[in-house]
Design a protein around this ligand. Sequence first.
Ligand SMILES: [Zn+2]
Length: 446
Amino acid sequence: MRDDATASAAMLGLPGFRVLAVAAYAGEVEQAVETVEEVTGCPSCGVVAQLHDRRPSWVRDLPAGGRPVTLVWVKRVWRCREPWCPKVTWTETSAAIRPRASLTERARREACRRVGQDGHTVAGVAADFGVGWATVMAAVREYGTPLVDDPHRLHAVAALGVDETAFLAATPTRSTTYATGIVALNGRPRLLDVVHGRSGNALSSWVCAQDQRWRDGIGVAALDPFRGYATALRTTLPGARRVLDAFHVTRLGFDALDQVRRRVQQHTLGHRGHRNDPLFRIRRVLRRGGRAPQPAVLGPADRRARGRRSRPAGRPGLDRRPGPTADLPVQNPSPGRTPPACLVHRSGRTRDPRTPAAGPNAGLLAQRTTGLRFDTGGVSNGPTEAINGLIKKIKRIGHGFRNFANYRLRLLLYCGVDWHTPRHPDPRAATTLSCVEPAMRCSRDG
Ligand SMILES: [Zn+2]
């Protein structure tokens, strides 16, 4: 059977310390602890020191049993026996509990993990641990910054996704402030960085800060079609194929289709669409491509505009359309579903006119939900949108952020860092009985 000291040391789990006493008080647990070091030498002359005094020091530790824990570290004050030694007395120190700290180091590490990996609020973790907001935030900064600054985080990136998110909402005196998120699309999608602003400059500065080998490794970049990102990527990553996401292209097309429908509505009936107007009634049918029945209101030309269902499978779908989209590198259109004509014209307009049609920059559209098939190896901005969802989640959890450095740190800790947290197995599948056997032996003996 284990003695009380071994059991309490196992409960404490703080190497180099042992428990002297435990008490529950006002919904909290107080543990008096001391170091196991009985003998020490003078740091100045090396002579064996003499115990001079004991001084208690209070520090918060990891919560136990749902209650905040206070460690009362009964510190030893040592005295040098040598009368000539300048080091008269000194108090013992430990790497586990820093001088004047309000949290033990393991609690600070765990506070950082809970805020960073679990996405908990700083205020919530501070309440659980029984300390202030600033104490937890300082721990998040201290333990989180090395994880975020780790250069290995950016290794093995072959496909890049770029999109914008709002950072600060507009106020009467200021417009919305945006941030650009840069996401690794290959492997497990992860946030590489967040930079202030949504301009091409913001993105190119970030890319230029990376070394040439890293930049050469990027084969594909998926981007939002509306910003200066395409230009920034063309100049900073000339070898990467840029991909416009089919979602954005489709949205552009639907917007254009709606505008045309409204214009024709105004032109023919002189008012906006009412409930029984044919054009208003088909507003959703127009978006459904070949799946919906052809409504009587659509003439032959309209049907052609809605979708060219008769095209043989395997032929390039959009290659003969006039205007800027004629050279879109679209391959293998899926039978039955093609976007409306105005979609491709509108999306063609958002394309960078200086981009040559052939060559490594030709890939424009990503394969995704619209049923279109394009030659980008399946890369799309989908994972970027997923990361955007996580970004918005952290923003909501924090009730918004004002400090961009804190915002970036929290985002990267939540969706840009691999925490390597060990997984614990189901205790019911335990194979060792290290604790149970002695306890059962003890109860039998009793
Ligand atoms: Zn000394």
